[in-house]
Design a protein around this ligand. Structure first.
Ligand code: WQD
Length: 340
């Protein structure tokens, strides 16, 4: 049973990935600093899989702690690195916090991985690196555009750092996964997304409005050059996304990777508008959503959806869930956490 470290393993995508890893027979060690997650997720994961994950509260910014952790766990075979700050707006306000939290920590991790006999590394990146792509669907070879925010910049720089290290390292193999828009929750409704304060992302805002926690959803922009005037995104069910991490890791562990540094898009390949997302919510929940079209949000691109051929062929992975499936799971999760 290979031992895998999941950093940020109590967060939204991290927790779902831990579940999938355990169900595939991996031994999982989680580190998380609980800055945007809660410790009871450890028990929630166990209540789904029946397997206790080892959890250590650890802040990756503390280099000596990272060092001691790896001395204790010399048998780690792979690392899936989720731990990072991810709020686009906040990153504009606090750039240094983002560079320390997302870049310094990556460097410390890679320094430790270099000391292992072999290191397999999966990195959480984002479709944000493409900006407004010139062609849709977006392929992995589409140019990386200047970042719109320090958050986006940390993903671009992170990818570059890993690529540079892979070039010279005879130990490190890495896969960068560029996520489109992860949404939804585990079918058990025991784990899901837990945004602190007012949600910035569309789906938690929709479900919180649906449940009565928010008065009204603002639809940012109704005058985009799309069919219904609202922005288009590729919403991917978090469980599909989590499964992709497991197959990417297996690819590295089995040495089936073609290069020591590879990049994959993770999306469904299907674009949906904001209004289509709202319709999907109304359909699966039976709840009429109070929403209003307002002005555009700064920094939003018109449309982004993935070309998924590379991930489908090379990873042998395909999404199973539809937008309706994802929306229903998000709605069940929302109802569950509000005890409704
Ligand atoms: C989706 C659509 C909004 C809220 C962001 C990051 C990206 C990635 C995922 C992760 C857009 C519209 C939203 C609302 C709305 N990062 N919207 N009303 O912006 O595509 O991607 O999250 O960690 O890097 O940029 O996702 O969910 O914020 O927005 O109309 O209240 O919903 O304009 O068209 P986005 P989102």
């Amino acid at each position: 049973m290979d031992k895998i470290l999941v950093t940020g393993g109590l967060g939204f995508i991290g927790s779902h990935t831990v579940v999938e890893l355990q169900q595939e027979g991996f031994e999982v060690v989680i580190i998380d600093n609980l800055s945007n997650s809660s410790e009871d997720v450890v028990d929630r994961i166990e209540s789904i899989t029946g397997i206790a994950a080892v959890f250590e509260k650890l802040d990756l910014r503390d280099k000596s702690l990272v060092h001691s952790f790896f001395r204790k766990h010399k048998d780690i075979k792979g690392v899936i690195h989720f731990a990072a700050s991810k709020a686009v707006g906040e990153s504009v306000e606090k750039p240094l916090h983002y560079y320390e939290n997302n870049i310094t920590t990556l460097v410390y991790l890679l320094q430790e991985l270099e000391k292992l006999d072999a290191a397999n590394f999966i990195f959480s990146s984002s479709c944000t690196v493409y900006g407004q792509a010139d062609e849709l669907p977006i392929t992995e070879t589409a140019p990386v555009k200047p970042a719109e925010s320090p958050y986006g910049n940390t993903k671009q720089i992170g990818e570059e750092i890993i690529k540079d290290v892979c070039k010279v390292s005879n130990k490190l193999k890495a896969i960068v996964l560029r996520y489109f828009n992860p949404i939804g929750a585990h079918e058990s409704a025991k784990i899901g997304e837990l945004p602190i304060g007012v949600p910035q992302n569309l789906v938690p805002y929709i479900t919180q409005t649906g449940i009565g926690l928010r008065e009204q959803l603002s639809v940012f922009g109704g005058d985009y050059p799309t069919e219904d005037g609202t922005c288009i995104r590729d919403y991917i069910h978090v469980v599909d996304l989590a499964k992709a991490h497991v197959v990417a890791l297996q690819r590295l562990l089995n040495n089936s990777n073609k290069e020591t540094f590879e990049v994959f898009n993770l999306g469904t390949g299907k674009g949906s508008s904001v209004l289509e997302a709202i319709q999907s919510f109304e359909k699966v929940s039976g709840v009429k959503l109070n929403y209003k079209i307002v002005g555009r949000r700064e920094g939003d691109v018109t449309a982004a959806y993935a070309e998924t051929t590379k991930a489908n062929k090379e990873l042998g992975w395909k999404t199973k869930f539809s937008l309706d499936d994802a929306m229903l799971s998000a709605w069940k999760w929302e109802q569950n956490i509000r005890n409704k």
